[in-house]
Design a protein around this ligand. Structure first.
Ligand SMILES: NC(=O)c1ccc[n+]([C@@H]2O[C@H](COP(=O)([O-])OP(=O)(O)OC[C@H]3O[C@@H](n4cnc5c(N)ncnc54)[C@H](O)[C@@H]3O)[C@@H](O)[C@H]2O)c1
Length: 420
């Protein structure tokens, strides 16, 4: 298949691009490098030293003989170029990772709330609109989040996207219908994923678009078989209070002997998936596209659930690092249960990598290798969900808004090389 991978430079997009290229697909990455830009703004870098886009593509060619094509483009604002690219390449499928994906970052300032909504909703809508405009019948595979369902207890396992309900008609008869599961976003970032769902339902109904929405759990791990082939192919690894995902953050803290910061009681239950399974799920979703006219296919892309304090205890047992219960900057339930149905991927043959101590050791080894690059002051999460939460945090604001307005672009100076 010929594949467009929007956001293919990111934490999930990069290993997916390599994996699908290794499988023999023709891969075109489209990315505006905004994530590298945000690194500069937040004064923190990926724990692993990621190579420039040009270097990444060159290393892949040298390691495997395969070519990954690259287009630097902002999907949220460069609509006409997007249409031109779709015309020129006519991809069979488009995988969409191109969004601002950190909940704490999306709650940081009014400017970043607006950026997150403008960027995420526009990337989704521009893609859908451009496919219709360019008359390209590509299967859209979008990365959503388990967070669209919210984390309040419903008392039952979360179904895959649709909820079966009974309604009473005017004739008094009761009928069973499937509705999109009600949304309950916990941040502005999660709210954008809820809006995406409505846009997908509309374009599937109105234009017969073939769309798969993957409600993904929190990703942990860093390397996949392909990213481990060459140091220049290494995947990014975020550990800071905005972008670091919980287990990866705990492992960084453990390597530094920095007490594991559990927010509140740590009673929040979340869904998780290892990076290698994420990549496999996307491959499975590509192979099982919905037909034209079918409703949006929704998968729960998560393989296990854990309470945050259970994860902290797991890391504590393995490393001896103490646990520090700190104020929770989020506006959320103190404790919640969570059961997730994920039968569709299991039925398609997914054999999940479960979280166990051996695998955590692999991540710990990566952390120890690059320990010198860690900036301790970037570890705490200082984005407060409301003013009331803000006043309870005794930490300085995380970023200097003056810097944000004029970000340094050094990280992007590599783009010119891509022409070679
Ligand atoms: N990482 C997780 O734990 C996780 C969990 C659930 C869902 N997801 C979803 O998976 C997707 C990928 O997440 P990730 O962790 O790889 O994020 P990431 O921030 O590492 O990567 C996103 C990529 O998209 C690019 N991008 C953003 N806006 C763009 C635009 N307007 N035009 C072009 N490129 C743009 C960025 O430069 C970056 O390379 C996101 O949609 C995210 O919401 C991630």
């Amino acid at each position: 298949m010929r594949l467009f991978i929007l956001g293919g430079d990111g934490f999930v997009g990069w290993p997916t691009s390599l994996h699908l290229s290794a499988q023999g697909h023709e891969v075109v990455i489209i990315d505006n490098l905004s994530r590298r830009h945000i690194d500069v703004e937040l004064k923190v870098e990926s724990l692993t030293p990621i190579a420039s886009p040009a270097e990444r593509c060159r290393a892949w060619r040298e390691a495997t003989g395969k070519t990954i094509h690259w287009e630097t483009l902002d999907v949220a604002s460069e609509y006409s170029r997007l249409v031109e690219l779709l015309h020129a390449w006519k991809p069979d499928a488009v995988i969409d990772f191109a969004q601002q994906r950190a909940a704490p970052y999306s709650m940081k300032t009014p400017r970043l709330k607006r950026y997150t909504v403008n960027n995420n909703v526009s990337t989704t809508h521009n893609l859908l609109c451009a496919l219709v405009d360019a008359e390209v019948d590509a299967h859209v595979v979008h990365l959503g989040t388990m967070g669209v369902y919210g984390y309040s207890d419903t008392g039952s396992a979360i179904p895959e996207g649709y909820l079966n309900v009974e309604v009473q008609g005017g004739d008094g008869q009761r009928r069973s219908v499937d509705i999109l599961h009600p949304t309950n976003p916990g941040s502005i970032y999660h709210a954008t994923k809820c809006i995406d769902q409505i846009l997908f339902a509309f374009y599937a109904k109105n234009d017969g678009m073939r769309i798969t929405d993957l409600h993904q759990g929190i990703v942990w791990g860093t390397q996949t078989r392909e990213t481990a082939l060459d140091p220049r192919l290494v995947n990014r690894f975020d550990y800071d209070g905005d972008y670091g995902t919980v287990l990866n953050r705990f492992l960084v803290q453990a390597a530094l002997g920095y007490p594991l910061t559990v927010h509140g009681t740590g009673g929040q239950t979340r869904a998780f998936i290892h990076i290698s399974d994420t990549v496999r799920c996307i491959e499975l979703a590509l192979r099982h596209a919905p037909r034209r006219g079918e409703r949006v296919k929704i998968f729960n892309q998560a393989t296990e659930t854990h309470r945050v304090r259970e994860l902290a205890h797991l890391v504590h047992r393995q490393t001896g690092c103490p646990i520090d219960y700190v104020h929770n900057p989020r506006n959320e339930a103190v404790e919640n249960d969570l059961a997730v149905i994920n039968e569709q991927f299991l039925a398609l043959g997914l054999n999940p990598v479960r979280l166990h101590e051996g695998l955590m050791q692999e991540v710990l080894d990566t952390v120890v290798r690059f320990k010198e690059r860690i900036r301790r002051e970037r570890i705490p999460c200082v984005s407060a969900w409301t003013r009331a939460h803000d006043t309870q945090l005794s930490l300085p604001p995380a970023i200097d808004d003056a810097l944000v307005k004029q970000p340094k672009l050094d990280a992007l100076s590599c783009i010119g090389e891509l022409a070679s």
